[in-house]
Design a protein around this ligand. Structure first.
Ligand SMILES: Nc1ncnc2c1ncn2[C@@H]1O[C@H](COP(=O)(O)OP(=O)(O)OP(=O)(O)O)[C@@H](O)[C@H]1O
Ligand SMILES: [Mg+2]
Length: 120
């Protein structure tokens, strides 16, 4: 019974409605999601407000990561796309990658979360 209303990008666009307590909850849930992905050896590689949807749960808004189109298992070398992401959210270590066989790290997703937090 998922009920998504909008993406985080749309939410950020309506600046005045973004409460600090919502920002805190969103960040907490995003970090928990990354922790879960890390435990499964998965990196998302394209975290940005367009790829996060908001849903209502017991009257409170929470966010959900979507669009795993560029996600990969960390060990699945060589990756289908070795350098990918979105400028503005992309970590410097991925932006500067030259070696196609280099393993990418979950910390690159954490960098993107930092960029998302800044946008909020
Ligand atoms: N699980 C979902 N539940 C509800 N809506 C979704 C879900 N996944 C995607 N959408 C809708 O589809 C849109 C695009 O999804 P997604 O980011 O997965 O695709 P995309 O390949 O990035 O597409 P685009 O290039 O159009 O951004 C989202 O902005 C959202 O409106
Ligand atoms: Mg998308």
């Amino acid at each position: 019974m998922e009920h998504f209303s909008q993406t985080l990008k749309q939410k950020i666009a309506q600046r005045d409605k973004m409460l600090v307590k919502d920002q805190k909850r969103f960040m907490k849930h995003l970090f928990l999601a990354l922790e879960e992905m890390r435990s499964k050896g998965v990196i998302h590689r394209d975290l940005k407000p367009d790829n996060i949807m908001i849903r209502k749960n017991k009257g409170e808004e929470e966010c959900v990561i979507i669009d795993f189109g560029l996600a990969t298992f960390i060990d699945a070398l060589p990756y289908l796309y070795f350098r990918c992401g979105t400028p503005g959210f992309l970590s410097p270590e991925i932006a500067n990658l030259t070696n196609k066989k280099e393993k990418q790290q979950p910390s690159s997703d954490v960098f993107s979360l930092g960029c998302i937090f800044y946008r909020m």
